[in-house]
Design a protein around this ligand. Structure first.
Ligand code: PFF
Length: 450
C-alpha cells in the first residue's frame, strides 16, 4: 500500500462538502423511516430520546468518521489499514461495506416507491379519493411484487449512473440546490397539516412525552434511527471525509449536517402526525403511514396537484443523494483496495444490490415466501443494519478515534494542524473516549434485554 499516488477525486468547495454530506444524511430515513419509528415507539418520548442521542452520540460519531476519512484519504477499509497497519481494525471497514450493501438493498425498495408515486402524482391518481381508496392503492402496489422490483431497478440504475461518473461531477452538483427546496416544501406542508381539523392531537403525540414509554427497545430504536438518519456507523462519512480538503472545518461540518438532518426529520414529523390524526390514520401503521397520509394532505390543498408532484420528485432526489453515498462506500472500496476500475466496481455493486434487493421487494407481498426468522427479508435487512451493524460500527469508530488514533492526531485533524481553533476539542475527546462508547454499549445491551 501507499507507494502509488493516484489523483483522488474530491469535493471542490466548502458548500459542496456540507451539501454532499447532508445529501447523504437527508433522505427516506428522515421523511419515511423517522415518522414510522416515532409512531411505533411512543411518539414524543421517542423524539426526546432521539434528540438527546443526536447531540450526545450523533455529532461525535460523525466527527470521528470524518476525521478517519480525511486523515487517511482512503475508503472505509483502506482507512483502517492505513491508520492501524497490521491490526484487526480494518474489520470495522469490512463491516461498513457489508452494512452499506445491505442498506442499499432494502432502501432501494422504498426509493422505488417514490418513483411510482411520482407517476401517480403526475397522472392525478389521488384526486377525489378517500382514505380507503388511497390505502387500497398502496396495498395493491405492494402486492404487485414485480412492479416494485422494476422501480427499484430503475432507482439502482440511476444511482449507478451518478456514481459511475465520479464524485465531483456527480454528487456535489445534485445536492446543492435541491435540499433547500425540500426544506421549503416541508415547511409549506407542515403549515397545511397543522391547520387541518383535529391536528392538535397529532402535535400532542409528537411533542408531549409520556416518559413511561421509554424502554430499552425505544432506546435502541432511537439509536438505530439516529445513526441511520445521519449516515454514520458504516463508513459512508469516512469515504466522504476522504474527499474533504485539508482546510475544511470538520467540527462545523458535522454540526451543520447534523442540524439540517434533524430539522428535516422533525419537520417530517410535523407534516405527518397532525394530518395522520386528522384523517384517522394510526400513528403505528408502519409503511402506509407516510405514503397514505401525504396524498391525503395534497387532496386538501389548493394547488395540491403541483405540490404533490414537486414533493415526490424532491423525495426521490433526496433518496438518490443518499443511495449515491451508500453505493460510493462499496465502489471506493472495490476500486481502491481490489484495484477494480471505478466503472467495473459500480456495475458489479449494482448487480449484487439488485439481486438482494429483488428478494427484499418481493418479500413485502402478502403471503410471500421470502420470510426469514419470522420477518420479511425487507424487515430483516432493516433490523440487522439499524439495530445491530450501525450501533456496533459507531461503537468501534469512536473507540478507534478515542483510543487508537489518539489525542494528538485527533486534535491535529479537527484544528487543521493547529491553524484553526476548536474550543470544544477537549469536551469532544472526552465524549468520544468515554461517554459515547459507554452509552452506545449500554443502549445496545438494553435493546436486547426483554
Ligand atoms: N441517511 C440516509 C437517510 O436518512 O435516508 C440513509 C443512509 C445513507 C444510511 C447512507 C446510511 C448511509 F451510509
Amino acid at each position: 500500500m501507499g507507494g502509488h499516488k493516484k489523483q483522488r477525486d474530491g469535493f471542490t468547495s466548502k458548500l459542496g462538502v456540507v451539501a454532499a454530506a447532508a445529501g447523504s444524511a437527508i433522505g427516506l430515513g428522515n421523511i419515511y423511516r423517522f415518522p414510522c419509528e416515532l409512531g411505533e415507539n411512543g411518539g414524543a418520548a421517542f423524539l426526546l430520546v432521539y434528540l438527546g442521542i443526536v447531540l450526545l452520540l450523533g455529532v461525535p460519531v460523525m466527527l470521528s468518521e470524518l476525521v478517519i476519512g480525511r486523515r487517511s484519504q482512503r475508503n472505509a477499509v483502506g482507512a483502517f489499514k492505513k491508520l492501524a497497519p497490521k491490526s484487526i481494525w480494518p474489520f470495522v471497514g469490512y463491516m461498513g461495506v457489508l452494512c452499506g450493501f445491505l442498506i442499499f438493498a432494502f432502501y432501494s425498495t422504498v426509493a422505488g416507491w417514490t418513483l411510482e408515486y411520482i407517476v401517480k402524482a403526475v397522472t392525478n391518481s389521488f384526486q377525489g379519493k378517500d382514505l380507503a381508496a388511497i390505502e387500497q392503492d398502496f396495498s395493491d402496489f405492494h402486492n404487485n411484487g414485480w412492479r416494485n422490483v422494476i422501480w427499484q431497478g430503475v432507482f439502482i440504475f440511476l444511482t449507478g449512473f451518478v456514481v459511475f461518473r465520479g464524485v465531483q461531477n456527480g454528487i456535489e452538483k445534485y445536492s446543492k440546490v435541491l435540499m433547500p427546496m425540500l426544506l421549503l416544501i416541508l415547511i409549506i406542508l407542515g403549515v397545511r397539516s397543522m391547520l387541518l381539523p383535529g391536528a392538535k392531537e397529532g402535535l400532542l403525540f409528537l411533542f408531549h412525552p409520556d416518559f413511561s414509554k421509554i424502554t430499552g427497545e425505544v432506546l435502541i430504536s432511537a439509536l438505530g434511527q439516529v445513526f441511520f438518519s445521519l449516515s454514520v456507523g458504516m463508513g459512508a462519512l469516512i469515504t466522504y471525509g476522504s474527499y474533504i480538503k485539508k482546510d475544511d472545518n470538520l467540527v462545523t461540518t458535522s454540526l451543520s449536517v447534523t442540524l439540517s438532518d434533524t430539522l428535516v426529520a422533525v419537520l417530517a414529523g410535523i407534516v405527518i402526525f397532525p394530518a395522520a390524526f386528522s384523517f384517522g390514520i394510526q400513528p403505528s401503521s408502519g409503511m402506509g403511514l407516510v405514503f397514505n397520509t401525504l396524498p391525503m394532505i395534497f387532496n386538501q390543498m389548493t394547488g395540491g396537484y403541483f405540490f404533490c408532484i414537486i414533493f415526490f420528485v424532491l423525495l426521490a432526489i433526496a433518496a438518490l443523494t443518499s443511495t449515491i453515498s451508500l453505493l460510493e462506500v462499496a465502489v471506493a472500496y472495490l476500486s481502491e483496495e481490489l484495484h477494480l476500475k471505478r466503472q467495473t466496481a459500480t456495475v458489479l455493486a449494482c448487480i449484487a444490490t439488485m439481486l438482494l434487493g429483488t428478494y427484499s421487494s418481493l418479500s413485502l407481498k402478502q403471503g410471500s415466501p421470502f420470510y426469514i426468522a419470522g420477518m420479511s427479508c425487507f424487515d430483516l435487512l432493516d433490523f440487522v443494519t439499524s439495530k445491530v451493524l450501525l450501533p456496533l460500527g459507531g461503537l468501534f469508530i469512536v473507540i478507534f478515534v478515542g483510543w487508537k488514533l489518539g489525542k494528538t492526531k485527533f486534535f491535529d485533524e479537527i484544528t487543521n494542524e493547529g491553524t484553526i481553533k476548536a474550543s470544544s476539542k477537549k469536551v469532544l475527546l472526552f465524549i468520544i473516549r468515554f461517554v459515547a462508547p459507554l452509552a452506545i454499549a449500554l443502549i445496545f445491551v438494553s435493546g436486547f434485554i426483554k
